[in-house]
Ligand binder design. Structure first.
Ligand SMILES: *[C@@H]1O[C@H](CO)[C@@H](O)[C@H](O)[C@H]1NC(C)=O
Ligand SMILES: *[C@@H]1O[C@H](CO)[C@@H](O)[C@H](O)[C@H]1NC(C)=O
Ligand SMILES: *[C@@H]1O[C@H](CO)[C@@H](O)[C@H](O)[C@H]1NC(C)=O
Length: 350
């Protein structure tokens, strides 16, 4: 370009400035478009683990119909951070041939998609979902919110006409529990107390403990689709609404369950399961003498890894007592269980 005169220089400078402004505008527009597109792309990818999952519209009704066997369903409610416990629990159930009727109520889309990718139809999510990768601490408000939806899911399944066995996933099946649900009772449950009962203890609701209520575990419940069982669940839901979480009480859903049992006990046929078959973790893990009594060996049915908090401590305790089945699960022993096989092939040993 020829050296411009003063005027020309001024004009040239002006046009140069506006050209620069134009370039800035264009660059800005390109950048904005890029950001919008990449946000949309991220949204799309996040969408593949959330509402755009092909399982997002899978209903509790459809899932129950798909997995029920002889009108029975085994249910857990779990979020993705607990995958290892879910797999350990499933291995134990599979060894007693009941995994076909397991329904995983996924608390987040990661769990929904993981289970259904390798075991189609066995997981369902009842919205709203927990945000991804939130492990809820026992006693926290998140934990309360998470567990307080359980009775609603269970009630829905009873209303659909199924018998339901609910389990927490920090459990291991030592034998088939179904033969122990004898008789025609509405609801079967276990005592979470550690005091040792005689082998022939009563099967009625125990007397209230120190806080004026019983310590029945909300971790393992078998329910028949009867008016009595539905009444307990309705009462449980009510009790949860009346006693919401507070930082002081740090409640979980168990006290509300126990008040529901207390208030419905004259209308509902309840059955306390035998302690030797369903000991609380506070008894089984903490009293080796009791654990080794020959009379208890052949009765153990489901072991609950409670009375301990923390992910790592629970796993260590399962390890130490030979109940971390993931350690020994050999791919060959689970030829048809793709979910467990995939987990064992891809996850680091814990
Ligand atoms: C739990 O639920 C309450 C009531 O719906 C809500 O206000 C609160 O933010 C939730 N808290 C957590 C940690 O999920
Ligand atoms: C229910 O709880 C109250 C208060 O603790 C107690 O007096 C009563 O005996 C309980 N009823 C049953 C059936 O356990
Ligand atoms: C442990 O179990 C044994 C055998 O049942 C019993 O005699 C003992 O009292 C128990 N110990 C505790 C601390 O409960």
């Amino acid at each position: 370009m020829a050296i411009p005169g003063r005027r020309a220089l001024k004009q040239g400078a002006l046009s140069w400035i506006s050209r620069r402004r134009l370039v800035t505008l264009v660059l800005g527009a390109v950048l904005l478009a890029y950001i919008l597109v990449s946000l949309q792309d991220r949204g799309y990818r996040a969408g593949s683990t959330s509402s755009s999952s092909r399982w997002a519209d899978y209903t509790l009704e459809a899932a129950a119909a798909a997995v029920a066997r002889d009108g029975r369903i085994v249910v857990c409610a779990v979020s993705f951070p607990y995958l290892a416990f879910l797999v350990n629990w499933l291995i134990s159930i599979a060894s007693h041939g009941h995994h076909d009727k397991v329904l995983v109520i996924a608390e987040d889309y990661e769990m929904l998609n993981y289970v259904n990718e390798f075991w189609p139809g066995h997981a369902v999510l009842v919205p709203p979902a927990l945000p991804l990768a939130t492990a809820q601490r026992f006693g926290s408000q998140g934990f309360f919110n998470f567990t307080s939806r359980r009775p609603q899911h269970l009630l829905k399944l009873l209303e659909l006409g199924y018998s339901v066995l609910y389990n927490d996933v920090d459990m291991v099946w030592m034998s088939d529990p179904f033969p122990l649900f004898t008789g025609d009772h509405d609801i079967y449950f276990t005592d979470d107390m550690t005091a040792i009962k005689p082998l022939d203890h009563s099967h009625s609701l125990p007397p209230p403990g120190k806080k004026g209520r019983t310590y029945i575990c909300s971790c393992m419940i078998f329910l028949r689709p009867t008016p009595g069982a539905k009444l307990v669940l309705q009462k449980w839901i009510e009790e949860l609404q009346q006693q919401p979480w507070s930082p002081k009480a740090k409640a979980n859903d168990q006290p509300a369950f126990n008040w529901a049992l207390n208030k419905t006990s004259n209308k509902v046929d309840m059955y306390l399961l035998p302690q030797a078959s369903f000991p609380s973790g506070g008894l089984y893990f903490k009293n080796e003498t009791w654990r080794r009594l020959p009379q208890n060996q052949n009765k153990l049915t489901i072991i609950h890894n409670n009375y301990i908090t923390g992910f790592d401590k629970k796993i260590k305790r399962f390890h130490d007592t030979g109940l971390w089945l993931i350690d020994d699960a050999h791919v060959n022993t689970l030829p048809d269980f793709n979910l467990v096989k995939h987990y064992l092939d891809t996850q680091p040993q814990l």
